[in-house]
Design a protein around this ligand. Structure first.
Ligand code: NAP
Length: 293
């Protein structure tokens, strides 16, 4: 990639950002498509986020990703929000829309689309189904909104370590709960909900590298053939949760596709180009993320 006076920039604003795979994903895609663009990660302290967003406009950036802890803080800095960003209450993608007269900032949340796309092949099973989401943090928020607005589940249980956090999530998203499906419980109360669920989603970091012997649901006997178990963790690709579920005949989905597809949903808004997914997947494999080809 050669950087010159025409190079257009995209950033990641987070704190910290050193662990992020987004620079690898997006720069691989820019290079594969011969786009004169570069993606740079910036560690921005909370008190500097407003200045950083103003800098995107001043410096002609195409846009930015936003990650922890700024996803909520940038909301009021946007001129327009997608329905997903407004519902989830978090922006992970900023698009700088330029006309000759002005620049407007569009805030989106592509975690919603990234989460839903791997569920497309099983969507028939999920309409009106019973679902359990483990965890009540930022990712769970996008997942619960995605499930409510797409599948209108009969029952959607949020099971979390900190019950009050789950209650807050359920309260915030109650406006999208047409079937009065939302229920909140602590993890140790969730056994029958897990057993009866068609889809179980892990939105906690339990089982993530380097603690990959951990699992958010140690009772593997609660999984069955009829279930789909979806772990948002992408490293390792086959978490202990997914291994346990698969051993009991459940269908499993790992977090790597969501990682790539949420990035692709941002990329197309900055470049008007679909992300070259195979090239990106290969670059991630070379970096030790996902199966070797
Ligand atoms: P977060 O905002 O910090 O929320 C984490 C949630 O997990 C909270 O509810 C937290 O409970 C719970 N939790 C943490 N440790 C736990 C433990 N030992 N036992 C039980 N519950 C525990 O994190 P997040 O941003 O939502 O991310 C959650 C996971 O999703 C991470 O592994 C992240 O890598 C993954 N993720 C993947 C993608 C993707 O593209 N594949 C996208 C986003 C996130 P408390 O409230 O009690 O702390």
């Amino acid at each position: 990639m050669s950087i010159n006076a025409h190079t257009k920039l995209v950033s990641l604003l987070g704190y910290p950002v050193e662990h992020s795979l987004s620079p690898l994903i997006h720069n691989t895609a820019f290079e594969a498509q011969g786009l004169n663009c570069a993606y740079v990660a910036f560690s921005v302290a909370p008190e500097a986020i407003e200045q950083a967003v103003a800098g995107l406009v001043a410096l002609g950036f195409l846009g930015s990703n936003v990650t922890v802890p700024h996803k909520q803080a940038v909301l009021p800095l946007m001129d327009e929000l997608s329905p997903q960003a407004r519902a989830v209450g978090a922006v992970n993608t900023i698009v700088c829309r330029r006309t000759q007269e002005e620049v407007t900032l569009f805030g989106d949340n592509t975690d919603v689309a990234g989460f839903l796309e791997p569920l497309q092949p099983v969507q028939g099973k999920l309409e009106g189904a019973e679902v359990v989401v483990l965890g009540a943090g930022g990712a769970a928020r996008a997942v619960v909104y995605a499930l409510l607005s797409t599948f209108r589940p009969k029952r959607l249980t949020i099971a979390a370590r900190t019950r009050t956090r789950a209650e807050g999530l359920a309260h915030d998203l109650s406006g999208y709960d047409e079937n009065q499906a939302l229920h909140v419980m602590s993890l140790d109360e969730a056994r029958s909900a897990v057993r009866n669920s068609t889809l179980l989603v892990n939105a906690t970091p339990v089982g993530m590298h380097p603690h990959s012997d951990g699992t958010p649901w140690p009772d593997a006997g609660d999984f069955s053939r009829e279930q789909i178990v979806y772990d948002l963790i992408y490293k390792p690709e086959a978490t202990r949760l997914l291994q346990d579920a698969s051993a009991r005949g459940a269908q499993t989905i790992g977090g790597l596709d969501m990682l790539i597809l949420q990035a692709a949903a941002s990329y197309i808004q900055w470049t008007n180009q679909p992300m070259p997914l195979d090239v990106v997947r290969k670059a991630l494999q070379q970096a030790g993320i996902g199966r070797q080809a």
